[in-house]
Ligand binder design. Structure first.
Ligand code: ZN
Length: 192
């Protein structure tokens, strides 16, 4: 039986006009260490279609998208779980994260000068201020979060209550969890 083609699509500034800031490929994240051996931004092909819609909707608002995280291989999810300061904000790898399905992404909006819009907290801040509709967030940050929410929901993604930056395709049961096998074909410059 011939294996099915890898469902992940490489996202780059050149192909998608997005800014990438893959914090899990650096030590500058909640785990305080490099989570990804491969600094690649990958999404399931269905999510990539939604991302293209989101990019177009953001452009209509004079914004671009800045992506912090997308596909997360299973082994990286295990490392994140093992190092998480608060597991309420990390999916148990035994259950699986939608990032590991390639159907979730973490992102924000940037202005034409590349500055991140004020969202009230940074990406991955594990406090109640990161929750959607938290009244403790400034009116400007609320408006910016609602703009991102409208763009992403309009593009077909769903939000979760606790993280303003996280969006995923609905119906995750349609998408299997994925490991990093086969990724070297997507980036032969990075050793296996
Ligand atoms: Zn996420």
């Amino acid at each position: 039986m011939t294996p099915s083609p890898h469902p992940l699509v490489l996202i780059s500034t050149a192909t998608h006009d997005v800014v990438l800031d893959l914090l899990y490929a650096t030590p500058n994240n909640v785990a305080g260490q490099i989570i990804y051996a491969r600094p690649l931004c990958l999404l399931h092909r269905d999510a990539e279609v939604g991302l293209r819609r989101a990019i177009a909707l953001a452009a209509e608002s004079g914004c671009r998208l800045k992506i912090f995280d997308a596909f997360r291989p299973h082994e990286a999810q295990v490392l994140l779980w093992d190092t998480a300061p608060d597991r309420a904000y990390v999916a148990d790898p035994a259950i699986g994260s939608n990032h590991t399905r390639g159907t979730a992404l973490d992102l924000t909006l940037i202005d034409p000068d590349g500055r991140e819009l004020d969202m009230g907290t940074g990406f991955d801040e594990m406090t109640s201020l990161s929750h959607h509709f938290n009244p403790g967030v400034s009116a400007l940050a609320q408006a910016n979060r609602l703009l991102l929410l409208g763009i992403m929901e309009g593009a077909g993604f769903a939000h979760i209550p606790h993280e303003w930056w996280h969006y995923a395709l609905p119906q995750p049961e349609h998408y299997p969890l994925l490991g990093s096998a086969g990724l070297e074909a997507l980036n032969p410059m990075v050793p296996g």
